[in-house]
Ligand binder design. Sequence first.
Ligand SMILES: [Zn+2]
Ligand SMILES: [Zn+2]
Length: 216
Amino acid sequence: MIIQNLSVLEEEHICPDCNSKMACCEAPPVHVGDGLGWGSEVLFICLNDECPTFTNGWKKVEANYGHKATYRSMQLPGSTEQNVMMVGSQMAFTGSIIDPEAMREQNARYRKEKEAIAALDNCVENKDIDSVMTLVLDESARPAGRNRAILLLSKLNDLSCIDAIRNHTFRNTEFEQKCNMVITKLLKDNFKKECPYCAELIKTQANKCMHCKADL
Ligand SMILES: [Zn+2]
Ligand SMILES: [Zn+2]
Protein backbone atom coordinates (compact mmCIF):
# COMPACT_ATOMS: atom_id res chain seq x y z
CA MET A 1 0.00 0.00 0.00
CA ILE A 2 1.32 3.46 -0.93
CA ILE A 3 -0.06 6.52 0.81
CA GLN A 4 -0.24 9.56 -1.46
CA ASN A 5 -0.59 12.08 1.34
CA LEU A 6 2.27 11.42 3.75
CA SER A 7 1.34 14.28 6.08
CA VAL A 8 -1.38 12.12 7.67
CA LEU A 9 1.39 9.99 9.16
CA GLU A 10 2.46 12.96 11.31
CA GLU A 11 -0.97 13.24 12.93
CA GLU A 12 -1.54 12.14 16.47
CA HIS A 13 -5.03 11.16 17.54
CA ILE A 14 -6.02 10.50 21.13
CA CYS A 15 -9.10 8.42 21.84
CA PRO A 16 -11.62 10.63 23.68
CA ASP A 17 -13.06 7.54 25.43
CA CYS A 18 -9.86 6.16 26.96
CA ASN A 19 -7.13 8.76 26.31
CA SER A 20 -4.85 6.28 24.59
CA LYS A 21 -3.08 6.94 21.32
CA MET A 22 -5.07 5.76 18.33
CA ALA A 23 -3.33 3.53 15.79
CA CYS A 24 -2.96 4.65 12.20
CA CYS A 25 -4.53 1.85 10.17
CA GLU A 26 -5.06 1.14 6.51
CA ALA A 27 -8.67 2.00 5.64
CA PRO A 28 -10.80 -0.90 4.43
CA PRO A 29 -11.78 -0.45 0.77
CA VAL A 30 -15.44 0.09 1.61
CA HIS A 31 -17.29 1.48 4.58
CA VAL A 32 -18.43 -1.68 6.29
CA GLY A 33 -22.22 -1.74 6.28
CA ASP A 34 -23.25 0.86 3.72
CA GLY A 35 -20.76 0.27 0.92
CA LEU A 36 -19.38 3.82 0.89
CA GLY A 37 -15.68 4.56 0.91
CA TRP A 38 -14.24 6.59 3.77
CA GLY A 39 -12.58 8.98 1.36
CA SER A 40 -9.34 8.39 3.21
CA GLU A 41 -6.43 6.02 2.79
CA VAL A 42 -5.95 5.68 6.53
CA LEU A 43 -8.10 5.72 9.66
CA PHE A 44 -7.07 6.33 13.24
CA ILE A 45 -8.51 3.57 15.38
CA CYS A 46 -8.35 3.04 19.13
CA LEU A 47 -7.08 -0.52 19.51
CA ASN A 48 -6.99 -0.41 23.30
CA ASP A 49 -8.87 -3.50 24.51
CA GLU A 50 -9.77 -1.70 27.75
CA CYS A 51 -11.41 1.19 25.88
CA PRO A 52 -15.06 1.58 27.01
CA THR A 53 -16.20 1.87 23.37
CA PHE A 54 -14.80 -1.61 22.82
CA THR A 55 -15.71 -3.26 26.15
CA ASN A 56 -19.26 -1.89 26.30
CA GLY A 57 -19.92 -2.38 22.60
CA TRP A 58 -20.49 -6.13 22.74
CA LYS A 59 -23.68 -5.73 24.78
CA LYS A 60 -24.94 -2.83 22.66
CA VAL A 61 -24.51 -4.72 19.41
CA GLU A 62 -26.05 -7.87 20.90
CA ALA A 63 -29.07 -5.87 22.10
CA ASN A 64 -29.53 -3.87 18.88
CA TYR A 65 -28.56 -6.33 16.18
CA GLY A 66 -28.46 -9.71 17.90
CA HIS A 67 -25.01 -10.63 16.69
CA LYS A 68 -21.56 -10.88 18.18
CA ALA A 69 -19.60 -7.72 17.44
CA THR A 70 -18.49 -4.52 19.12
CA TYR A 71 -17.13 -1.08 18.26
CA ARG A 72 -13.75 0.58 18.03
CA SER A 73 -13.53 4.33 18.37
CA MET A 74 -12.28 5.90 15.15
CA GLN A 75 -11.26 9.29 13.72
CA LEU A 76 -10.53 10.36 10.17
CA PRO A 77 -7.27 12.15 9.36
CA GLY A 78 -7.48 15.90 9.84
CA SER A 79 -10.52 15.59 12.09
CA THR A 80 -11.23 15.02 15.76
CA GLU A 81 -14.84 14.11 15.08
CA GLN A 82 -15.65 10.92 16.92
CA ASN A 83 -16.79 7.89 14.89
CA VAL A 84 -17.15 4.23 15.66
CA MET A 85 -16.47 1.21 13.51
CA MET A 86 -18.16 -2.09 14.08
CA VAL A 87 -15.67 -4.93 14.47
CA GLY A 88 -16.40 -8.64 14.65
CA SER A 89 -13.40 -9.48 16.76
CA GLN A 90 -10.60 -8.19 18.93
CA MET A 91 -8.17 -8.88 16.07
CA ALA A 92 -9.89 -6.65 13.52
CA PHE A 93 -7.55 -3.91 12.24
CA THR A 94 -4.57 -5.18 14.22
CA GLY A 95 -3.18 -6.52 10.94
CA SER A 96 -3.51 -3.22 9.12
CA ILE A 97 -1.58 -0.95 11.50
CA ILE A 98 0.72 1.31 9.52
CA ASP A 99 4.28 1.82 10.67
CA PRO A 100 4.89 5.49 9.75
CA GLU A 101 8.66 5.08 9.44
CA ALA A 102 8.36 2.07 7.12
CA MET A 103 5.70 3.90 5.10
CA ARG A 104 7.92 6.96 4.63
CA GLU A 105 10.80 4.77 3.45
CA GLN A 106 8.57 2.80 1.13
CA ASN A 107 7.23 5.99 -0.39
CA ALA A 108 10.69 7.42 -0.94
CA ARG A 109 11.74 4.15 -2.57
CA TYR A 110 8.59 4.06 -4.71
CA ARG A 111 9.14 7.65 -5.91
CA LYS A 112 12.73 6.83 -6.87
CA GLU A 113 11.57 3.74 -8.77
CA LYS A 114 8.96 5.78 -10.67
CA GLU A 115 11.49 8.47 -11.61
CA ALA A 116 13.99 5.85 -12.73
CA ILE A 117 11.39 4.13 -14.93
CA ALA A 118 10.49 7.45 -16.54
CA ALA A 119 14.19 8.10 -17.22
CA LEU A 120 14.68 4.76 -19.03
CA ASP A 121 13.22 6.09 -22.31
CA ASN A 122 16.17 8.43 -22.83
CA CYS A 123 18.83 6.77 -20.71
CA VAL A 124 20.98 5.67 -23.65
CA GLU A 125 21.14 9.19 -25.20
CA ASN A 126 21.70 10.71 -21.76
CA LYS A 127 24.27 8.09 -20.75
CA ASP A 128 22.14 7.84 -17.61
CA ILE A 129 23.58 4.77 -15.91
CA ASP A 130 22.31 5.91 -12.47
CA SER A 131 18.60 5.52 -13.28
CA VAL A 132 19.25 2.12 -14.85
CA MET A 133 21.27 0.95 -11.85
CA THR A 134 18.63 2.25 -9.42
CA LEU A 135 16.24 -0.29 -10.92
CA VAL A 136 18.77 -3.09 -11.40
CA LEU A 137 19.71 -2.96 -7.71
CA ASP A 138 16.26 -2.21 -6.22
CA GLU A 139 15.00 -5.53 -4.85
CA SER A 140 11.53 -4.03 -4.31
CA ALA A 141 11.14 -2.60 -7.81
CA ARG A 142 8.55 -4.21 -10.04
CA PRO A 143 9.99 -6.92 -12.35
CA ALA A 144 8.93 -5.25 -15.64
CA GLY A 145 10.99 -2.13 -14.94
CA ARG A 146 13.91 -4.14 -13.64
CA ASN A 147 13.97 -6.41 -16.69
CA ARG A 148 13.93 -3.39 -18.98
CA ALA A 149 16.78 -1.81 -17.02
CA ILE A 150 18.86 -5.00 -17.23
CA LEU A 151 18.39 -5.11 -21.02
CA LEU A 152 19.47 -1.47 -21.28
CA LEU A 153 22.70 -2.18 -19.41
CA SER A 154 24.34 -3.69 -22.47
CA LYS A 155 23.21 -0.78 -24.67
CA LEU A 156 24.71 1.72 -22.23
CA ASN A 157 28.01 -0.16 -22.44
CA ASP A 158 29.26 1.34 -19.18
CA LEU A 159 31.69 -0.95 -17.38
CA SER A 160 31.17 0.94 -14.12
CA CYS A 161 28.04 -1.13 -13.52
CA ILE A 162 30.08 -4.30 -12.96
CA ASP A 163 31.39 -3.53 -9.47
CA ALA A 164 27.97 -2.46 -8.22
CA ILE A 165 26.37 -5.65 -9.51
CA ARG A 166 29.12 -7.89 -8.16
CA ASN A 167 28.73 -6.29 -4.73
CA HIS A 168 24.95 -6.55 -4.68
CA THR A 169 23.06 -9.39 -3.04
CA PHE A 170 20.21 -10.41 -5.33
CA ARG A 171 17.13 -11.92 -3.75
CA ASN A 172 15.96 -13.09 -7.14
CA THR A 173 18.43 -15.44 -8.84
CA GLU A 174 16.79 -14.91 -12.23
CA PHE A 175 17.76 -11.22 -12.17
CA GLU A 176 21.22 -12.13 -10.96
CA GLN A 177 21.71 -14.55 -13.86
CA LYS A 178 20.53 -11.97 -16.37
CA CYS A 179 22.95 -9.42 -14.93
CA ASN A 180 25.80 -11.92 -15.11
CA MET A 181 25.00 -12.53 -18.77
CA VAL A 182 25.08 -8.78 -19.43
CA ILE A 183 28.45 -8.50 -17.66
CA THR A 184 29.88 -11.34 -19.76
CA LYS A 185 28.73 -9.56 -22.92
CA LEU A 186 30.05 -6.15 -21.77
CA LEU A 187 33.45 -7.62 -20.98
CA LYS A 188 33.62 -9.40 -24.34
CA ASP A 189 32.53 -6.29 -26.30
CA ASN A 190 35.21 -4.23 -24.56
CA PHE A 191 37.99 -6.86 -24.79
CA LYS A 192 38.20 -7.08 -21.01
CA LYS A 193 38.21 -9.77 -18.36
CA GLU A 194 38.07 -9.75 -14.57
CA CYS A 195 41.29 -10.68 -12.81
CA PRO A 196 40.54 -13.91 -10.88
CA TYR A 197 42.75 -12.69 -8.00
CA CYS A 198 41.79 -9.03 -7.45
CA ALA A 199 38.62 -8.72 -9.60
CA GLU A 200 39.93 -5.61 -11.39
CA LEU A 201 39.19 -5.30 -15.10
CA ILE A 202 42.13 -6.11 -17.35
CA LYS A 203 42.68 -6.69 -21.07
CA THR A 204 41.53 -10.06 -22.40
CA GLN A 205 45.00 -10.85 -23.75
CA ALA A 206 46.90 -9.87 -20.55
CA ASN A 207 49.17 -12.52 -19.01
CA LYS A 208 49.89 -10.49 -15.91
CA CYS A 209 47.36 -8.40 -13.93
CA MET A 210 48.34 -4.72 -14.05
CA HIS A 211 46.68 -4.19 -10.64
CA CYS A 212 47.80 -7.06 -8.41
CA LYS A 213 50.69 -8.21 -10.65
CA ALA A 214 49.49 -11.80 -10.46
CA ASP A 215 50.45 -14.14 -13.31
CA LEU A 216 47.38 -15.37 -15.08
ZN1 LIG B 1 -10.25 4.23 23.22
ZN1 LIG C 1 44.63 -8.72 -10.31
